[in-house]
Design a protein around this ligand. Structure first.
Ligand code: GAL
Length: 365
């Protein structure tokens, strides 16, 4: 009898310890996937692609969306930890995520920052994203080329107004500085004039904040564009608008179309994310370009990174460049894997977005 009790106790302890380490009842390890929001379409695709890639490697996985509310996302992360997650892949909303990252670290759960650097923390080691500076360079170069700024003169300058992404999103600073690396030489020459707030670097905090868009909200971008049309830009005809992603680009275009000046001739408007509605806008000549960041590739790379870390192996991430110097959280420089973004215009959207299978031809009218 005593021996049976001992065996039973050992079995119970073994089950408890296995569950605590995240080995689910089905014997699989568990990956928690915390995405920031769904109002920007691409995150829905990221969540689906991450879960698919995790299941394909034999993991359990669950996706949550934080509705751009970091408190909500922190609760979701805490729930993953309680469920015994072995690793977390987090696309954060803002720096408030650091408390959840600290909790994960305390419980021995590794965190991978997904496409948004987690600033203010030294409690994690890896970031996986696209080359965000290059995303901005594509946006800036599109404006340089479309306006032929190389040939522009001070006597006939071109006019631009600037938008940036969320000030809570570290990527927004890289996007802006990448674009400005292309545009600033023409501002300095006096052939490109900035209408409205005119930061030439994201270090110009006061002016960068004036062009930034909290939580990437389309309604705020639309309102600000309308304010510009009735204010700083009232007596100008804009030749370009630097828009940091597709959601904001379409909101800005919607506002521009309310102004008779632009109803038949929109300025150059940039974007990012290859959202379906913006591919349609590009085909229709309303939006000039977008930057495709294939969420299928990013998701696969993130899961491959998680897989290597869970197996205690040195990560070898196909299609990604390892950067060990650029991405500083403010507490440490994290090892970052950067995938290559792709510039998309009217000339190549079929090849990049349709032939790649990301969208189908019948999705584009
Ligand atoms: C950024 C991301 C962009 C865009 C934006 C809006 O962090 O890098 O691709 O999706 O968020 O959510």
């Amino acid at each position: 009898m005593k021996k049976a009790m001992v065996v039973l106790m050992v079995m119970m302890l073994l089950c408890t310890s296995l569950f605590a380490q995240g080995v689910q009842e089905d014997g699989k390890q568990f990956i928690g996937l915390a995405m920031p929001e769904t109002h920007v379409e691409r995150w829905q695709m990221d969540g689906a692609a991450l879960k698919e890639a995790a299941l394909a490697l034999g993991y359990d996985a669950e996706v949550t969306f934080g509705d751009a509310d970091q408190t909500k996302q922190n609760a979701q992360i805490s729930d993953f930890i309680t469920k015994g997650a072995d690793i977390l892949i987090i696309g954060s909303v803002n720096e408030g995520v650091v408390t959840a990252v600290a909790d994960a670290k305390r419980d021995g759960v590794e965190v991978i920052a997904y496409d948004r650097l987690i600033t203010g923390s030294d409690q994690y080691d890896y970031y996986i994203t696209f080359d965000n500076f290059k995303v901005g360079q594509f946006q800036g170069k599109a404006i340089v080329d479309a306006l032929d700024l190389e040939s522009a003169t001070m006597s006939d300058p071109k006019f631009i107004t600037l938008f940036a992404g969320s000030p809570t999103d570290n990527n927004a600073f890289f996007f802006f500085d990448g674009a400005m690396s292309q545009l600033k030489p023409f501002v300095d020459k006096g052939v490109l004039k900035i209408v409205g707030p005119a930061p030439l670097s994201s270090d110009d905090t006061a002016n960068f904040t004036r062009i930034a868009t909290e939580n990437w909200r389309a309604d705020l971008a639309k309102q600000r564009m309308e304010n510009l049309l009735n204010g700083d830009a009232k007596n100008y005809t804009l030749d370009a608008v630097l828009a940091p992603n597709d959601t904001l680009a379409r909101a800005i275009i919607e506002a521009l179309l309310t102004d008779a000046k632009y109803r038949t001739a929109l300025p150059v408007v940039t974007g990012q994310d290859g959202e379906l509605a913006s591919i349609q806008f590009i085909k229709d000549g309303k939006q000039t370009m977008t930057v495709f960041k294939d969420t299928r590739d990013l998701a696969k790379a993130a899961i491959d990174l998680a897989d290597a870390l869970l197996k205690g192996e040195t990560p070898e991430i196909a299609g990604a460049r390892l950067d060990t110097t650029t991405y500083d959280t403010g507490k440490k420089v994290v090892k970052s894997y950067l995938l290559e973004p792709v510039n998309v215009t009217k000339d190549n959207y079929m090849e990049v977005m349709i032939d790649s299978g990301y969208y189908t031809a019948d999705q584009i009218r």
